[in-house]
Design a protein around this ligand. Structure first.
Ligand code: PBG
Length: 335
């Protein structure tokens, strides 16, 4: 809800705001936003490449997981009350092609991980990412011809990818590619293909950000990317364009929308919530994690900033947040 200044602010000494800050129970009683485990989506990296299930150098504390590791993570999510995990693959470099065809193979690492998690921990929802960058050799989210990212051809590939994920049992599809028309095309295909209940959380307000760097290390896309993603992701300068992107994705059938990155875009979160009144999620991306975790590990910031960095999304109107801190913060909230 957008707020105006309350009409009555008694003057000092009748008004002493410190009265209500005096004790922890008073402060808790008047807390306007709360973060709970139920608000969290936990992004995890999966791989079946021997030796690749290691910590990611630019994301200290985050490891790539084997399929068995991903199943254990989902079990941990269930124990901690985290409702969903979101899978990102580190694909065997030998399987990466110009067209990224392995993206829609039912046997790719993502689809095998979906099936393994749904078989072992059906109560934990599995979200997926729909974009070609973890599967191709050029690091772009779409098909590339002569340096141009092709829109309509990419959408066809993304639909195949979405259907393979839905067939594997994904609960939430997350198109992160920013091609035009992809949400509508995926929605039409899932409806026609009998997946009427699969939800779409579209990366709607996705900005061309430098904060994705560590993620690209994690999925093995770093060093591959030629050029940048500015012809499909949104200019960080733009609000109206982001709101139009949200409106468009909702009109095409998205059930929920995302703002990404998170903390530098809290103004966008608030405007999306106030403007559309739909489920809104922020993605606290890899670079935000790296920044916070780096400072905490160096002793430059206290660990408290982690909870603060997540609570701010609730205050900004988000219903939930994708964060690499999900298990840590859920454990802290529990304990
Ligand atoms: C794939 C994708 C990206 C992220 C999520 N899905 C990277 C990108 O768009 O370059 C970034 C997530 C993060 O940084 O944590 N297109």
């Amino acid at each position: 809800m957008s707020r105006s200044v309350p009409p009555i602010v008694p003057a000092y000494p009748a008004g002493r705001p410190r009265r209500m800050r005096r004790t922890a129970p008073l402060r808790a009683m008047m807390a306007e936003s709360v973060l709970t485990a139920a608000d969290l989506i936990w992004p995890i990296f999966v791989t079946d490449v021997a030796g690749a299930d290691v910590e990611i150098a630019s994301m200290p504390g985050v490891r790539r997981l084997t399929i068995e590791g991903a199943v254990r993570a989902a079990e941990e999510a269930a124990t901690l009350g985290i409702p969903a995990v979101c899978l990102f693959p580190f694909t065997d470099p030998a399987l990466r092609t110009e067209g990224g065809e392995v993206a829609w193979s039912p046997e790719n690492i993502t689809n095998r991980a979906i099936r393994a998690i749904k078989a072992a921990v059906p109560e934990v929802m599995v979200m997926t990412d729909i974009a070609l960058d973890p599967y191709n050799i050029n690091g772009h989210d779409g098909l590339v011809r002569d340096g141009i990212i092709l829109n309509d051809e990419t959408v066809e590939a993304l639909v195949r990818m979405a259907m393979a994920q839905a067939e594997a049992g994904a609960d939430i599809l997350g198109p992160s590619d920013m091609m035009d028309g992809r949400v509508g095309a995926i929605r039409a295909a899932t409806e026609a293909g009998g997946f009427r209940d699969v939800t779409i959380l579209s990366y709607a307000a996705k900005f061309a950000s430098g904060f994705y760097g560590p993620f690209r290390d994690a999925v093995g896309a770093s060093g591959r990317l030629v050029g940048d993603k500015k012809t499909y992701q949104i200019d960080p300068a733009n609000t109206d364009e982001a709101l139009r992107a949200v409106a468009r994705d909702l009109a095409e059938g998205a059930d929920m929308v995302m703002v990404k990155p998170g903390m530098p875009y809290l103004d966008i979160c608030r405007q999306v919530k106030d403007g559309f009144r739909v489920p809104v999620f922020a993605y606290q991306v890899s670079g935000e994690y790296a920044m916070i975790e780096g400072a905490v590990r160096n002793g430059w910031l206290g660990e408290k900033v982690i909870a603060e960095s997540l609570l701010c999304f609730k205050r900004a109107g988000c219903d939930g947040v994708l964060t690499y801190y999900a298990p840590r913060i859920a454990a802290a909230l529990k304990g």
